[in-house]
Design a binder for this molecule. Structure first.
Ligand code: PGA
Length: 254
């Protein structure tokens, strides 16, 4: 497990051919990715095999944007974690706020997805974060503590498990207006999360298996503010990761 991680979440922003084009541009980066940085690309399901093919001779990893909490069965429209692992995914974003808002995904569902991801050796990228209203009534910490407890409670971690916890304040995602959480706040949140984790796991397990990252309107100018903080292992990048030039500069600036 490398120290730093940059995760690109392409959401549904890129169609198939655009995904191939951006993946080809990123593949050219070989050798220019800082050695301590792990780079993970999360394309749409349809683009995933094509992107995996383009990146197969690089160190760049592939992640899914979601998965289902069962391995197979009568679940119309869902995608099996077994297939995702077989198609070369090593990560899966789970519980993104866009899924919580648009598809009513709950912490119970996220819990099930984290469990099945770990079973299939897919590293879960667990997204948590408060919305604007919760923030304004001073409930940020409460929301994060509740989410983490409901998602991770009862999940044992084993040697070799790799878990990423992404603080993604909902008000900062896709803001398009340069609205993001200040690094000092992200540092504070990392401490809150650590306190919750200490109740769930022993210190060795936290050190060896869990990394904390930030996501929300990160761009090539702001990335360093986050990656230079010791408590933050990296970032989850949406919009800026879909534009090859911006994303390549962002990686170099990490
Ligand atoms: P953004 O998206 O960088 O466009 O704000 C981040 C995310 O949703 O993961």
């Amino acid at each position: 497990m490398k120290n730093k991680i940059i995760i690109a979440n392409w959401k549904m922003s890129l169609l198939y051919q655009e995904s191939m084009d951006v993946a080809s541009a990123i593949a050219q980066l070989k050798g220019n990715i800082p050695p301590d940085v792990e780079l993970v690309i999360c394309p749409s399901y349809v683009s995933l095999p094509g992107v995996a093919e383009i990146l197969k001779n690089t160190d760049i990893k592939i992640g899914a944007q979601d998965l289902f909490w069962e391995e197979r069965g009568a679940y119309t429209g869902e995608v099996s974690p077994v297939d995702l692992a077989n198609f070369g995914c090593s990560y899966a974003i789970i519980g993104h706020s866009e899924r919580r808002m648009n598809l009513a995904e709950t912490n119970v569902m996220v819990h099930g997805k984290v469990k099945i991801a770990l079973k299939n050796k897919l590293a879960p990228i667990i997204c948590i974060g408060e919305n604007w209203d919760e923030r304004h009534v001073g409930q940020r910490d409460y929301v994060l503590i509740r989410e983490l407890n409901e998602i991770l409670g009862g999940i044992q971690l084993q040697d070799g498990d790799n878990v990423v916890i992404a603080y993604e304040p909902i008000w900062a995602i896709s803001s398009g207006k340069g609205i993001f959480a200040e690094p000092q706040e992200v540092k504070y949140v990392s401490e809150v999360i650590r306190q919750v984790l200490i109740d769930l796991y022993d210190a060795h397990r936290i050190e060896s298996s869990i990394r904390f990252i930030y996501g929300g309107s990160v761009n090539k100018l702001s990335i360093k503010k986050y990656t230079e903080l010791p408590h933050i292992a990296g970032v989850l990048v949406g919009n800026a990761s879909t534009k090859p030039e911006e994303f390549i500069s962002l990686i170099k600036n990490a």
